[in-house]
Design a protein around this ligand. Structure first.
Ligand code: VGL
Ligand code: ZN
Length: 196
């Protein structure tokens, strides 16, 4: 294990799509998706005690979204706006000051990246953010797309490998996604590597 990562001003915790439909029992359950929740709660606590900002994204589809199978898309209906399945995991302890980012809300367009169509990178830069800590669901879709966009936008990225899980439509997608993010410059870390 190398140097510890110390939290500092300019850091932001980005929790990606930890929503009921992506948890066991949900319409698009990510295997072991629920396991990210207690780990994210620990990260959330560390960011809170350090007075650092937390953003949480949510997949936020209209009922006839183009990514749904009956519209010719890849997925069962999931995260329909205002439905219980679109709600954040019950046990996830988001702070009251959390900034919620809704994405993929247009019927005709899917968006895996939290940055796509949200104006988020400008918002973050205006807030003085330089480094992101990213966890959530799913490793091989929204986490991957979000991290790649964050790196392209010039943010440093720490990928929280103990707080992500993959869909794995194809076996190995999760590992390949992590490798792709690392090759692009993301640092792969876990809780034990964070010093506060
Ligand atoms: C996601 C599939 C479809 C994700 C969203 O949040 O990773 N995956 N919509
Ligand atoms: Zn979706």
């Amino acid at each position: 294990m190398g140097e510890k990562v110390k939290l500092q001003q300019g850091d932001l915790l980005l929790v990606v799509d930890v929503q009921n439909d992506f948890l066991p029992g949900g319409t698009l359950a990510v295997p072991h998706g629920d396991e990210v929740v207690p780990v994210l709660n620990t990260y959330l606590n560390l960011f809170s005690v350090n007075h650092l900002p937390v953003y949480a994204s949510r997949d936020w589809h209209p009922a006839n979204h183009c990514s749904f199978k009956e519209q010719g898309g890849l997925w069962p209906p999931h995260c329909v706006q205002h439905s219980p399945g679109a709600g954040f995991a019950e046990a996830l302890q988001l702070p009251s000051q959390v900034v919620i980012i809704s994405k993929a809300a247009n019927q005709a367009e899917d968006a895996y990246s939290v940055f796509q169509g949200t104006g988020l990178s400008e918002l973050m830069k205006a807030a003085g953010i330089t480094r992101l800590f990213v966890g959530g669901l799913a490793t091989d879709y929204c986490v991957l797309a979000t991290v790649m966009d964050a790196l392209a936008a010039g943010f440093q990225v720490n990928l929280l490998t103990d707080a992500i899980r993959a869909v794995e439509l194809q076996y190995g997608d999760g590992e390949r996604a992590k490798q792709e993010m690392a090759e692009q410059g993301a640092k792969l870390i876990e809780l034990s590597e964070l010093s506060v």
